[in-house]
Structure formats: structure tokens, C-alpha cells
Design a protein around this ligand. Sequence first.
Ligand SMILES: Nc1ncnc2c1ncn2[C@@H]1O[C@H](COP(=O)(O)OP(=O)(O)OP(=O)(O)O)[C@@H](O)[C@H]1O
Length: 270
Amino acid sequence: MIKIRGLTKRYGEFEALKGIDLDVAPGEFLVVLGPSGAGKSTLLRCINRLCEPTRGDIHVDGQLVTDDSASLRKLRRQVAMIFQHYNVVPRLSVQKNVLTGRLGAMPSLLSWLQVFPRKDIAIAHECLKRVELDEKAELRTDTLSGGQKQRVGIARALAQQPKIILADEPVASLDPKTSRTVLTYLQQASRELGISVVCNLHQIEYAREFGERIVGVSAGRVVFEGGPDALTDDVLHRIYPGLDHGESSSSPMAAATAEPALRQFALEEA
Ligand SMILES: Nc1ncnc2c1ncn2[C@@H]1O[C@H](COP(=O)(O)OP(=O)(O)OP(=O)(O)O)[C@@H](O)[C@H]1O
């Protein structure tokens, strides 16, 4: 479904991606795991052309993606995005937020007027059912919890009826129980609808639990590719260089797993 060859991205003199080769199969749930600054977001942003690759080719569903407008329009219809901070419109209802996922498929006058055909309202309702939020459709989105907002984010992505969902740290702002719930909805949608998911994560235990395949990225390179069982301590050292056995009384794996919690703590302190 996605074929990436020789993907390089430079920001000025700095090379954030250093020749990535990667394939994602139809319906696959792929987790991209790596430390902060490894290049995970840049990789997703290059796939959906939010940022322009410096070198390399990306094929989506057999078509080479280029920067011409027809190619980009097609890409935007096929690829949906889920963000760490949900990117919902707080004052809009839950249903309206989900309906924004339909805008790209609607005639431009209707989308400009934000008049949604009955068919699109039915699709939004169906997507809300998938994440068990249909009863909250009429509520303002800012009345929801973080986990519920991310479920709205998933429903909005599904409403787009995409072939691919790119999820950039979708649970980084959520507690562990809510994170599992959110990832489970995403996993179910991928399985039942055959959508390929590329999901950036920091948390090793979620990568193991939800990833059918895991790609480890470190300093802009793919340093590991394999199933969850192959994610050994040695592999974790490759993905998280500098992680040393003496750093923690527990295993390196636990130390790496703790990283997002530490980051969250730092944020709360800030
Ligand atoms: N617009 C930009 N301009 C300059 N440098 C950038 C830009 N975006 C990202 N970078 C740099 O590229 C590197 C990779 O960043 P990226 O956000 O892709 O990493 P990441 O693995 O997603 O990290 P995190 O998990 O913290 O989001 C980092 O060193 C970052 O500072």
C-alpha cells in the first residue's frame, strides 16, 4: 500500500531522514518506534506531503506521489491523519468534527457552505458508532475527555474512508488505560475495514501489544524491522542508543518505556 525508497529529508544542513526504505502492506498495523528527534513525525509528514522530501520516491497504492495538484488531491483522499493533540475544533459538535472528514469528498460549493448531504451524516454516525461515541454526537467537543477527543479524531479519520491512516503519537497525551482503549479502536478499525495504519509511538509496551510489525527508527535511519517478539533488549539498544544497563534498576526496556512518562512530567512541571 505504501512503498518508500531512498527517502531523505533535510532541514537546511540537518538531515532528519537518511535514506529510508519501507513497505507497508494493505491492512497492516505498523508501529514506528523511536526516541524523540529520531525522525518519526518527519517520516509521516513526508508520506502525506505535509513536508516535501528532499530525495526519494513514495508510492501510495501503486502510484508515485508527486507535487502536482492532481496527485496531491488523490493522496489527500486516500490518507487520513490522527494527531497527538487531537486537532478537533472545540466549539463544534462531535458530529460536525467528524463530518469535517467528509469535506474532501464533497462538491466544493457544499463543502464551502458546510451543508452536509444525508449520506455523509450517515457515514459520520457510523464512524462514531465504531468508537462508541454516537450518543455524544450532539455535544460540544470541548466537553469531552482527552481520550474521547482522540476517539473523535479516529472517527473523523474513518469518515474520510481512507486506505491509510497515519497516527502521530496518538496516545502521547493520554493515561495508560485510555491509551489502550484508543489504540484498540484504531486496531479494530484497521482490521475490520482493511485500512493500513502507520502509528508513531514512544511506548514499547504498546508497540508490542498493537504492532503487527514494528519499525525502529534512530537518528533518521531504520535500525530494526520485525515482529513484536523480535523486539529484544539488544534491538532496543539499537533503537535507543545510549540506553545503558546501569541507567536503571530495571531493564533497558523499562527505562525506555518510562521516557514518555518523564516527558509528560517535564511538561506538567513547565
Ligand atoms: N521544520 C523543521 N525545521 C528544522 N528541523 C526540524 C524541523 N522539523 C523537525 N526537525 C528536526 O528533525 C529531527 C526529527 O524531528 P521529528 O519531529 O521528525 O522527530 P520525532 O522522532 O517525531 O520526535 P518526537 O517524538 O519528539 O516528535 C529533529 O532533530 C527535529 O529537531
